[in-house]
Ligand binder design. Structure first.
Ligand SMILES: Cc1cc2nc3c(=O)[nH]c(=O)nc-3n(C[C@H](O)[C@H](O)[C@H](O)COP(=O)(O)OP(=O)(O)OC[C@H]3O[C@@H](n4cnc5c(N)ncnc54)[C@H](O)[C@@H]3O)c2cc1C
Length: 382
């Protein structure tokens, strides 16, 4: 009998899971992967485009030319999910699953921060980050504010990386002397689970004259006065505002009843939801790890191993260990590697390697390996 596995979302978690399950089960499964986007874009590629390091056409990995054997890709928007019956409706028709995986990520909402759309910029969506490239291109120097507007948010190091890359960008253009850079973050340190990484980032801010404003959020912008209003009522004047918008599960997940207190609860070891044969992985969950690709991928791999065992009628053994490795951009071709582990009921622990130019090469290889494995082709940059 062929098992119907339906995977909703072809991001970090969905791509990893689909590749593993189809590769290991062969004809034993019929794997359908559904996503509404044209293609996959790494989170870190958004920063590469924004700062002019890569052109937009180089970072979009089109699903249409995916050659992963055994994966049937459907380009469609998921419009309803019934976790009880594992029945899914989409703009390309209905699908019934024996095993359903929800990997729909987190949506972001610039409209939730008053004044952001009119007076600032967000760099967390693909179009938003691509627009920032033009905004930065025209910027002639002044007060730059990089800020988070709510918790939780994807890739907690990304705002710190952005502040460091703004410094590199303005320096290269001869605009740094007439600019100020501030970073508003809701966290006490840049990378809380790794004190060493936080120390290195704070030292880099101090060396580069970047103002670190911890434990604050920007609640709104006043576009006329060009000020960002902080959660405590304080004000921060800006000429260029780069914001991280509010996050939520996609509306279709909210409507499905799968989410509790905003996100989908799962067993932190198995990634199973409370509904039989329904898994959730990545940013859409409240599994207890940060919302980042490295964790979504690890969760996708564990859920995949358990699905493979179920298809092959073996007892599942794989368990999620809460470990992930993120790359951290310092600018000037210096990249660090931060390994962190989040185990239920224990404080998270993290280390730091670098920063160095070698690790910048390591990060490039990390991306190229994923594209080869998930899409069956090379990440050509020519
Ligand atoms: C600026 C920036 C930098 C980042 N840098 C890093 C980094 O260096 N390292 C790292 O590990 N992480 C990084 N991240 C975070 C990372 O991109 C995400 O955490 C990761 O992609 C989450 O994976 P996921 O599979 O849960 O969701 P996603 O990768 O977001 O995938 C979800 C998919 O679901 C699809 N979808 C959503 N709703 C629907 C619907 N209704 N119908 C059909 N399809 C739908 C979307 O199109 C999307 O393809 C960064 C993020 C940003 C914004």
């Amino acid at each position: 009998m062929t098992t119907r596995v339906v995977v909703l979302g072809a991001g970090f978690g969905g791509l990893e899971l689909a590749t593993e399950v189809s590769g290991r089960c062969g004809a034993g499964v019929q794997l359908t992967l559904i996503d509404q986007a044209e293609g996959f874009v790494f989170g870190f590629s958004k920063l590469d485009v924004m700062f002019g390091r890569r052109p937009p056409e180089q970072v979009l990995h089109r699903y249409a030319s995916m050659v992963s054997p055994g994966v049937r890709f459907i380009k469609a928007t998921v419009t309803s999910i019934d976790p009880e019956t594992r029945h899914v409706e989409t703009t390309a028709g209905a699908f019934d699953a024996d095993i359903l995986v929800v990997a729909l990520g987190a949506d972001v909402h610039p409209e939730a921060t008053p004044g952001l759309a009119e007076g600032g910029n967000e760099f967390y969506t693909v179009p938003g980050a691509f627009r920032c490239r033009d905004v930065l291109d025209k910027f002639e120097g002044g007060r730059v504010v990089v800020a988070v507007t709510s918790l939780p948010f994807k890739c907690p190091p990304a705002p710190s990386e952005t502040a460091l890359l703004v410094h590199e960008f303005l320096t290269a253009r001869g605009l740094r002397d007439r600019s100020e850079i501030s970073l508003v973050m809701p966290l006490g340190t840049p990378i809380p689970p790794s004190p060493k990484a936080s120390e290195a980032v704070l030292a880099a801010f101090a060396e580069r004259g970047i103002t670190w404003i911890p434990q604050r959020l920007v609640r709104s912008l006043d576009p006329e006065r060009r000020v960002a209003v902080l959660g405590d009522g304080g004000e921060l004047p800006y000429d260029l505002f780069l914001g991280v918008p509010m996050h939520s599960v996609p509306q279709v997940v909210a409507d499905s009843g799968l989410a509790v207190d905003g996100w989908i609860p799962v067993d932190p070891h198995t990634l199973e939801t409370k509904y039989p044969h329904v898994y959730a992985v990545g940013d859409v969950t409240s599994v207890g790890t940060p919302k980042a690709g490295a964790f979504a991928e690890g969760q996708g791999a564990v859920a995949a191993a358990r699905i493979v065992a179920a298809v092959q009628q073996r007892a599942p053994e794989a368990e999620y260990d809460g470990h992930g490795v993120c790359y951290l951009e310092f600018g000037d071709d210096q990249v660090a590697k931060v390994g962190v582990t989040f185990r239920p009921g224990q404080p998270p622990v993290g280390d730091l390697e670098g920063p160095s130019a070698e690790l910048a090469g390591d990060k490039t290889t990390f991306g190229a390996d994923r594209i080869r494995r998930w899409f069956g082709r090379e990440w050509t940059t020519a």
